[in-house]
Design a protein around this ligand. Structure first.
Ligand code: GDP
Ligand code: MG
Length: 162
């Protein structure tokens, strides 16, 4: 079986946009508003001559009580299946309590993690990206899933640990 790279993060950080960027197609559903339940979706992907399975993870159920719990459950299931993880954070928002929750899951899993500081659409976002060093997951790689900025560097880093 191919190695599995899971894209993990709370809703609306740009996971599906990143998946579409990586596979070069618009297959993953991008939501303008968080709150739509989606299952994990697996795609066949390739970078630098390596084939792998790319796992997009879903959102939450907006009407249930434990929003954070269901984010954690989605993340946990994906982390479980993964050989390596891209943890996506919205650099423009900064680290939230939910992000910190996912960080705890990632630490527990003890699998290789690459930290994507997303929505850095231009050089003015680099400072916000650097602030994510505070998560303790190593270097935040500034990317714009929407425009493609930095995504090559992110994939290089992911392939190095996959
Ligand atoms: P997901 O819930 O984590 O899968 O997030 P989505 O991929 O559905 O994206 C949520 C919203 O963020 C959408 O409106 C995207 O267009 C937007 N978005 C995603 N990546 C970027 C980015 O790099 N820059 C900007 N400005 N917006 C982004
Ligand atoms: Mg999505």
């Amino acid at each position: 079986a191919l190695p599995v790279l899971a894209i993990v993060g709370r809703p609306n950080v740009g996971k599906s946009t990143l998946v579409n960027r990586i596979i070069g197609k618009r297959l993953a559903v991008v939501e303008d508003t968080p709150g739509v339940t989606r299952d994990r979706v697996a795609y066949r992907a390739e970078w630098a001559g390596r084939d792998f399975t790319l796992l997009d993870t879903g959102g939450w159920e907006k009407n249930v009580t434990g929003i954070d719990l269901s984010v954690a459950q989605a993340a946990e299931a994906a982390i479980d299946m993964a050989d390596a993880i891209v943890f996506v954070v919205d650099a423009m928002v900064g680290a939230t309590a939910t992000d910190e929750q996912v960080v705890r899951l990632l630490r527990k899993a003890d699998k290789p993690v690459v930290l994507a500081a997303n929505k850095v659409d231009g050089p003015q976002g680099e400072l916000e990206a650097a602030a994510l060093w505070n998560l303790g997951l190593g270097e935040p790689i500034a990317v714009s899933a929407l425009h493609g900025r930095g995504t090559g560097d992110l994939l290089d880093a992911a392939m190095a640990v996959l």
